[in-house]
Design a protein around this ligand. Structure first.
Ligand code: SAJ
Length: 406
């Protein structure tokens, strides 16, 4: 039986996928409400294909509980935040989960950590914790790190089709886990050591952050001299060895905007490009604000409450608001006592911020400038409804004449 610890964005789909593919799975989370909800058949977040997967897993006997189970295989997928000031990873939830596992596990159990870890976390924090408890690693328990790589919006497909990494101390354990993950993973499974697994995961997200920062810097350069950044990137990307990503209003989510900080926190003297990239991406909401100011000036609009931000989610077609560029932008406005901007997101059904509308028409009735912050299909399919507004399109999805871009 596999006991999966932490039933969030990664733990839950992984648990369901194992169960669907014939493994006996128990999902554990300390959040009572979450467990009640799952036990009653209600999912806690939306994701393409998740509902169907949930039904299949339930009919294959998956169960959910707040209790850790006695077994020989654990997958730990709890959150790994970073400390605000030092920028170092905060391993407290992983450490707590490991300790709870040690309280109940069978001899020779394997602890697979899927949560993203800063390079060296297992050596620095997890091994000492296990040894402190009197367990001998490699004898009483085994350790592995199998970082996930699935992308919100396409998680279920990517669970099956992305290649995976398994870092373990012992190649025999790695081989056993490779077999386990092959129960659903159709792609290559690479076995390596634990530190390489930790580091490769972090640098994948850092690479993307740096590439997005490059695109965002280009957007600013092009704005300064009135060039069309999208046209220029499109042409440059025709080169067989160039692949620049898309500029946007900022980088949100809990991965790309977080993981590079682990490297900056641990190697402050060595992370120049990485730190600069983070700063560029974090500056984008302010760039959007200056674009809004340009439009207000040009059209002699004085009233902030005539501005409407479309999209609260951190990216298109998901209902996840973690570190979203819109929230970052609202925070900056708040710091400058600029209140009253209107907000709407068709995928966010609860009220998260002030002046948030639940109906698109009501939102449109109140505003003169609409700022497209998130490129949900909803706005792409409803462009006609905004054609009489001043439009600032930060995602390059609107091709009306006179639309303002980043
Ligand atoms: N973004 C841009 N321009 C782009 C691409 C993205 O501004 O060209 C923005 C998005 O709008 C969003 C943010 O970046 O605000 C991040 O979105 P994303 O779709 O690039 O990535 P995430 O955070 O949803 O998922 C990433 C993925 N990592 C990589 O692609 C290297 C995913 O595969 C990881 O599993 C995930 O992080 C994770 O959990 O680490």
């Amino acid at each position: 039986m596999i006991n999966i610890i932490g039933l969030g964005y990664i733990g839950l789909p992984t648990a369901l996928m194992f169960a669907k593919n014939g493994q006996k799975v128990v999902g554990t989370d300390i959040d009572n409400e979450l467990i009640n909800s799952l036990t009653q058949g209600r999912l806690t977040f939306q994701e393409t294909g998740l509902e169907e997967l949930f039904q299949e897993a339930v009919s294959n006997g998956i169960s959910f509980t707040t209790e850790y189970q006695k077994t020989d295989t654990y997958i730990i997928a709890v959150q790994t935040p970073f400390a605000n000031y030092s920028k170092k990873l905060d391993p407290r939830y992983v450490i707590a989960a490991v300790n709870n596992v040690l309280d109940v596990c069978e001899k020779e159990a394997v602890l697979i950590i899927e949560s993203t870890l800063a390079p060296g976390t297992i050596d620095k924090h997890i091994r000492p914790e296990i040894e402190k408890r009197g367990f001998s690693i490699g004898k009483d328990v085994h350790l592995a790190h199998a970082p996930e790589r699935i992308i919100p919006g396409n998680m279920i497909y990517e669970l099956e089709h992305n290649s995976r990494t398994i870092g373990a101390d012992d190649p025999k354990i790695a081989a056993r886990l490779k077999k386990l993950y092959s129960s659903f993973c159709k792609s290559e499974i690479i076995m390596t050591d634990i530190r390489s697994a930790e580091m490769s995961k972090i640098i994948e997200n850092t690479y993307r952050d740096v590439n997005i920062a490059f695109a965002n810097e280009l957007a600013k350069i092009c704005r300064a001299d009135n060039m069309d950044v999208y046209e220029i990137i499109k042409i440059a990307n025709k080169h067989p060895r160039v692949n620049i990503l898309h500029p946007g209003p900022g980088v949100g989510g809990h991965c790309i905007s977080v993981d590079p900080w682990f490297l900056v926190g641990d190697y402050p003297d060595l992370t120049n490009i990485i730190l600069t990239a983070r700063k560029i991406n974090e500056s984008m909401p302010t760039h959007v604000l200056s674009r809004i100011r340009d439009i207000m000036r040009e059209h002699n609009i004085m009233d902030i409450s005539k501005i409407g931000l479309y999209g609260l989610a951190y990216k298109e077609n998901v209902n996840d608001i973690r570190k979203s560029p819109t929230l970052q932008l609202l925070e900056r406005m708040d710091e400058h006592l600029a209140f009253g901007v209107k907000v709407y997101d068709p995928l966010i059904e609860t009220r998260i911020v002030d002046h948030q509308f639940m109906h698109f028409e009501d939102f449109l009735n109140e505003i003169e400038i609409i700022v497209i912050m998130t490129a949900h299909d909803h706005i792409k399919n409803n462009m006609e409804l905004i054609k009489d507004k001043l439009i600032l399109d930060t995602k390059n999805v609107c091709n009306f004449d006179g639309v303002y871009k980043l």
